[in-house]
Design a protein around this ligand. Sequence first.
Ligand code: UDP
Length: 312
Amino acid sequence: MRIVITGGCGFLGSHLSRYFIEKGHYVVAIDNLLTGRIENVSDLFKTSKFEFVKYDVTNYIHIPGKVDAVLHFASPASPADYMRYPIPTLKVGALGTHKVLGFAKEKKAVFMLASTSEVYGDPEVNPQPESYWGNVNPIGPRGVYDEAKRFAEAMSMAYHRYHKLQIRIARIFNTYGPNMRISDGRAIPNFMTQALKNKPITVYGDGKQTRSLCYVSDLVEGIYKLLLSDINTPVNIGNPEEITLLELAEKVKKVTKSRSKIIFKPLPVDDPKVRRPDITMAQKHLKWKPKIALEDGLGKTVEYFKKELGIK
Ligand code: UDP
């Protein structure tokens, strides 16, 4: 297959690019490098199966030649990033999704949207099944991401219903692993960097809020299986093992053998209190579930952050 991946130099996009190339496919990565980094894919150029186009996908997209699948993974994805870039976040989720859908239709390619657990907002149902409609504040600071992704889902469904385009919607829950930026602002990069430098680990709120963390290699396998399926409705992809943020801070401290103390900072506005995917659908229809335990994933991730920070 020849696959176009928007956001192909970002955290998930770079892992997907590598995975598809390893499976023998050809990848064209499009990225405007707002939060993506060319370093994430520098090893792929020598494979002769990788092409990079620096471009903002909120504009008209043209790539010559046949394309079998288009994966729309471009967007700032960390709350700190989408608060720093609120308008680009809205634009890539809304205008960008429209352009990428139009491009997929032109190429008669399968389209996949990187959607998010954020469509569930601060959920009143835990765990979250795909049938839950969510509890999102449209005008809060996270609204720029959440509503753009909800619009993106609606737009994708409209292209499926009206244009009969084959679509896949992956509702991606918290994912971690190599290629996250040190200054990305999310819990894992912050905790890892702080712990490795023996600086205070900043837990927001009382740390009782929960998340469920999926190691990136599991996520990528789930995305691949979803792409090859025939499911045109949203599917949760994530790890259902739920832990509190305070427990996560303690685990990071342990795997990094850190002397850091844990300190508490104010909880950001609209920070979801719980989050856990119900993955019944993925298990049943994709025969997929995560394999990597949190301790093991954190162990692999430490090595990456050590290298990034220049720590032996
Ligand atoms: N968080 C934290 N300390 C940090 C960064 C994040 O306690 O230094 C918390 C944040 O408030 C949230 C959870 O960790 O409750 C996950 O945040 P993240 O930014 O990773 O992504 P989110 O799941 O909120 O989209």
